[in-house]
Ligand binder design. Structure first.
Ligand SMILES: [Zn+2]
Length: 207
């Protein structure tokens, strides 16, 4: 893309609100809204963010305007009820994992391991792949396991199902002010399930 005034094509700055036409500024200070043949001005910012995320020049957290704002975390909220109920039962020793549940939990914990893609440096595409892998494992076990553990896994799997449908498009910053870091939200929800599975399978339930 070249500046229509001076022809410069380097160090361009893009500014815009999500879903609205973006404006480019060249180092000389010329500003313009590009009209590209195959891309609407409203889609330009999205496309630039997408390419930066894919190239690893930008992490998803940076793409969020304010990831720590305590914005809505729908998946964490969705798993809260079944997990709270399960931890309560475990804490009160009303539910003690039997050998079968312990074996299942150990296996599932291995499958739910985040692996090294869940780091700051990992691209959001890698993190998304890992998330899908973990949710598939959860769904598999939920369909396979009976009893209270099966119920817990089913509730969590159902609560996390929308996260299975996340695509690269959802990883970009949403319209302000709702801007939930969807990937992080789902990762933390799985993390909460892991805490309960670990407590149940080790018997260390006084947390
Ligand atoms: Zn210029």
């Amino acid at each position: 893309m070249n500046c229509p005034s001076c022809g410069g094509d380097g160090d361009l700055t893009v500014v815009g609100r999500w879903g609205e036409p973006a404006q480019l500024t060249c180092p000389c200070g010329h500003s313009w809204t590009p009209h590209l043949p195959l891309l609407s001005p409203q889609a330009l910012l999205r496309e630039i963010v997408r390419q930066a995320l894919e190239a690893g020049e930008l992490t998803y957290q940076e793409a969020c305007t304010d990831p720590d704002s305590g914005a809505a975390t729908p998946r964490q909220d969705a798993v809260r009820a079944p997990l709270t109920m399960a931890s309560r039962s475990l804490n009160r020793r009303m539910w003690v994992f039997d050998d079968y549940e312990r074996a299942v939990a150990y296996d599932l914990l291995t499958r739910l391991r985040p692996d090294d893609t869940e780091t700051e440096a990992a691209s959001s595409a890698d993190r998304l792949r890992t998330l899908h892998r973990r949710l598939d494992a959860l769904g598999e076990y939920a369909a396979m396991v009976n009893g209270p553990l099966g119920e817990l896994l089913n509730s969590c799997s159902a609560a996390l199902r929308p996260a299975r449908g996340l695509t690269a498009d959802d990883l970009e910053p949403g319209p302000i002010p709702e801007n939930p870091p969807v990937l992080l939200d789902a990762e933390l929800a799985i993390g909460a399930l892991i805490t309960v599975l670990r407590a149940g399978s080790t018997g260390e339930v006084d947390y």
